[in-house]
Design a protein around this ligand. Structure first.
Ligand code: SAH
Length: 219
């Protein structure tokens, strides 16, 4: 199969998974612009060369240092749940390979992403630069504290499982913004939550789907 065919097959699988999980997520399909970003960003650039043949399978893959690039369906769903708009500034906690940041960067004005493991942060930064993503800034650090210098954010996405919602991330979200975060104990099933902040700064929390992420670690 050519890359193009593999990507088309991945998009079909995302559609099918969407219908399977509709009862949880309330979504039978994802935003067309999210699917278009999933079509345009070549996942094989973000996985180790030895796994390139599996790049468009709907599965997480190891990226080194015990970490994983998330399953394409989950990347697409989390992006959709953010309801990204062209002018948005988004914070990601857990840059990993840089794939989720690349998807977001096609949909919003600016993406800031933090990665705690220095090697992965360096690799993501170098890769995203080489691929020409001009609106992503990668920083090494502990994303539990957010990125105060660039706050507040229109949306925040956490791609590692936390035991609780980091208070700084709630503070650094704009009114009207959404925070997407998997919550649970390490290596146990987690729940993907969407927290929405209203104009008064009050949060409404929705439990979307059982998920399985690597843990959010602390510096
Ligand atoms: N979004 C990534 C996949 C993330 S895997 C992608 O598209 O490839 C989760 C990542 O979160 C791992 O790379 C892990 O090192 C990182 N991480 C864990 N705890 C963190 C923390 N406190 N701050 C920032 N990154 C963290």
């Amino acid at each position: 199969m050519s890359n193009r065919q593999q990507i088309d097959a991945m998009l079909q699988t995302i559609d099918i998974e969407c219908s399977y999980t509709k009862g949880f997520t309330g979504r039978s399909s994802l935003l067309p612009e999210v699917m278009e970003a999933m079509r345009l960003v070549l996942r094989h650039d973000f996985v180790p060369p030895s796994l390139a043949a599996m790049a468009y399978e709907n599965t997480p893959l190891p990226i080194g240092k015990g970490q994983t690039i998330s399953q394409p369906f989950i990347v697409a769903l989390m992006t959709d749940l953010l309801c990204p708009e062209k002018g948005d500034v988004i914070l990601e906690v857990g840059a990993g390979s840089g794939y989720q940041a690349a998807i977001l960067s096609l949909l919003v004005r600016q993406v800031y992403t933090i990665e705690i493991i220095p090697d992965l942060a360096d690799r993501a930064k170098e890769l995203l630069q080489r691929l020409g993503y001009g609106n992503i800034e990668v920083r090494q650090g502990d994303g539990y504290n957010g990125w105060p210098k660039h706050a507040p954010f229109d949306g925040i996405i956490v791609t590692a499982a936390a035991t609780h919602v980091p208070p700084s991330l709630k503070e650094q979200l704009k009114p009207g913004g959404k925070l997407i975060v998997p919550i649970g104990q390490p290596y146990m099933p987690q729940e993907l939550l969407v927290l929405e902040k209203d104009q008064q700064g009050v949060f409404c929390t929705r439990n979307v789907l059982p998920v399985s992420f690597v843990p959010l670690t602390r510096a």
